[in-house]
Ligand binder design. Structure first.
Ligand code: PHE
Length: 345
């Protein structure tokens, strides 16, 4: 036995390449098998004299360890499907389940509302989130000093301009854009994100979502508005749902109303969700003000229309009784995964 013999085997080990499990096994036999090169050196070792044993004992053991480590690491580096003896995984084992994502509760509610209004013949319209004063306020009959134009409520993107850019505070701006673009009759809903400069709390947020609706045609009356809201409420909250309308004020509708639905939890008897009243407020609505029609080039003597608008987080709160708005924006996976089995398919 010579030092060169050992070095040659070491070199062969370093140069070893295997593509399949079969090749790894062949390499193992070649070096460590009964007639393998390393085994042969150990055989020879037994016969050499004492002096040489001292010299080669340690090196030979290191060679064996190196051979074993090389074979092991080659085996680890080969992917399962490359193995000639078939996959190294047990296919009868139960699979590992993949963590599937789920729709956000606000998306689920939006989709449900869109589906309901599509059935009633409404199209979906979308528009920019960064808007100008004209489409958010002026065309909607907001008097110049209306408090909603105040810096308190609106995030302005630019100022010092007669028509400043701002983040839309409602999607009524999309209704204005639709009236400008489309011919009457118009029947659209406008889902989207809106922004208001409010302190964040359980009941208010500076970002939220709305679906607003607009219908303009000849002879559209308040009775039509009442009917569509009733149909919507029954689709959304169940066939027994009642609605009631309370007089309200919006610059862009006249008359205006706020709509309550009978509490779907206590069925009108009074509980802590409806605060004992039996009613839950869900939306604002009214007949489109003639000034709004005029501003968008629609003749108010020929046409009339209704509009309504609701907050999606509000509807989601009623649907799932999650009463802190902030949950809808914090993207806590624990909260979001609660909605996996909801209405989505
Ligand atoms: N735009 C109103 C809001 O944001 C809602 C609304 C829409 C009211 C249409 C009446 C008619 O609060």
């Amino acid at each position: 036995m010579t030092r060169e013999d050992i070095e040659r085997v070491l070199e062969e080990l370093s140069a070893l390449k295997c593509k399949t499990r079969k090749e790894v096994e062949e390499a193992r036999v070649r070096f460590l098998g009964k007639k393998g090169e390393v085994t042969a050196l150990f055989e020879e070792f037994r016969t050499i004299d004492k002096e040489l044993k001292k010299e080669f004992g340690k090196t030979l053991n290191e060679l064996k360890q190196k051979a074993q480590a090389t074979i092991d690491s080659l085996r680890d580096s080969i992917s399962d499907d490359a193995g000639a003896e078939g996959p190294a995984v047990d296919l009868s084992m139960p699979g590992e389940s993949l963590d599937l994502g789920s729709r956000h509760p606000v998306s689920i509610v939006r989709e449900e509302i869109v589906q309901i209004f599509r059935k009633f013949g409404f199209d979906v319209a979308e528009g920019p989130e960064i808007e100008d004063d004209y489409h958010v306020f002026e065309a909607l009959n907001f008097p110049p000093n209306h408090p909603a134009r105040d810096m308190q409520d609106t995030f302005f993107v630019s100022s010092g301009h007669p028509n400043p850019l701002l983040l839309r505070t409602h999607t009524s701006s999309v209704q204005v854009r639709t009236m400008e673009k489309e011919d009457v009759p118009i029947r659209v809903i406008c889902p989207g994100r809106v922004f208001r400069n409010e302190a964040i709390s359980a009941r208010a947020h500076c970002i939220f979502h709305q679906v607003e609706g607009l219908y303009i045609d000849k002879n559209v009356s308040f009775a039509d508005l009442k009917q569509i809201i009733l149909l919507f409420a029954r689709e959304m909250f169940g066939p027994q749902t009642q609605i009631r309308m309370r007089p309200s004020y919006f610059p862009f509708t006249e008359p205006s109303a706020e709509v309550d639905v009978s509490c779907n939890i206590c069925h009108g008897k009074g509980c802590n969700v409806c605060k004992g009243t039996g009613w839950l407020e869900i939306l604002g609505c009214g007949m489109v003000d003639p000034n709004v029609l005029k501003a968008s080039g629609i003749d108010p003597d020929k046409y009339s229309g209704y509009a309504f608008g609701m907050g999606l987080e509000r509807i989601a709160m009623l649907k799932w009784r999650v009463n802190d708005l902030r949950h809808y924006f914090e993207n806590d996976m624990k909260f979001l995964s609660e909605f996996k089995t909801s209405t989505e398919v």
